[in-house]
Design a protein around this ligand. Structure first.
Ligand code: VGL
Length: 197
């Protein structure tokens, strides 16, 4: 069935959760909410996309090679796996990003599926016009993905009960949310969703 709506769960990976290499404080707390969204989208036969940071061992994204971040989400390591509590259906489309050692990529619009097709092409090919976005981290990959989605003309619902931020500065997530909203994202949560999915 063609549908105009899809769910995007951003980077719900071990390394972004407590105990991981780049843990988002309480990052794992959003997983029950993400699972509820996954369930409702699956039930309604709506596409579920799940992105992952998928870095080579050497990339300029890492401090050691000139970047900002500790090593994290290295391909085929435990840290790069989706968190074990995340319940992805077998139909979920896995998107990988951050493979280019010379580039920083925070936006899911820089990701590809297992066959190498970019996210924007996948969305266009399936007629999707509306994205419901949650995941990690509010102030980085969620923010850049939402801003790109708006730039490309998608309607964006920010799932406020299913995002958490890194907050290098304590106000980073709040500022990111305000920016996403000012560019056109709409905030919603699970209780309000019944009317939209
Ligand atoms: C992310 C910091 C560094 C994210 C990725 O997924 O939000 N944050 N790399």
């Amino acid at each position: 069935m063609r549908s105009e709506k899809a769910l995007l769960a951003v980077d719900v990976q071990n390394d972004f959760c407590p105990g991981g290499a780049l843990a988002v404080p309480e990052g794992d707390k959003i997983i029950p909410a993400i699972n509820k969204y996954i369930e409702i989208f699956s039930k309604n036969k709506l596409p579920v996309f799940a992105s992952r940071d998928w870095h080579p061992a050497r990339t300029k994204h890492f401090k050691k090679f000139g970047g900002q971040w500790p090593k994290h989400c290295i391909q085929n390591t435990k840290g790069a796996e989706f968190h074990p509590a995340l319940k992805l259906p077998k139909e979920a489309i896995i998107l990988s990003k951050g493979m280019d050692p010379g580039k920083e990529s925070y936006s899911v619009f820089q990701s590809v599926d297992s066959g190498g097709t970019g996210f924007l092409v996948l969305l266009s090919d399936s007629g999707i016009r509306e994205l419901f976005i949650g995941g990690l981290a509010t102030d980085y990959c969620v923010r850049w993905s939402v801003l790109d989605a708006l730039k490309f003309g998608f309607k964006v619902w920010l799932l406020t009960d299913a995002i958490k931020g890194v907050n290098l500065k304590p106000e980073d997530s709040e500022e990111a949310i305000a920016e996403m909203v000012s560019r056109g994202a709409k905030k919603t949560n699970f209780a309000q969703l019944g009317k939209k999915a």
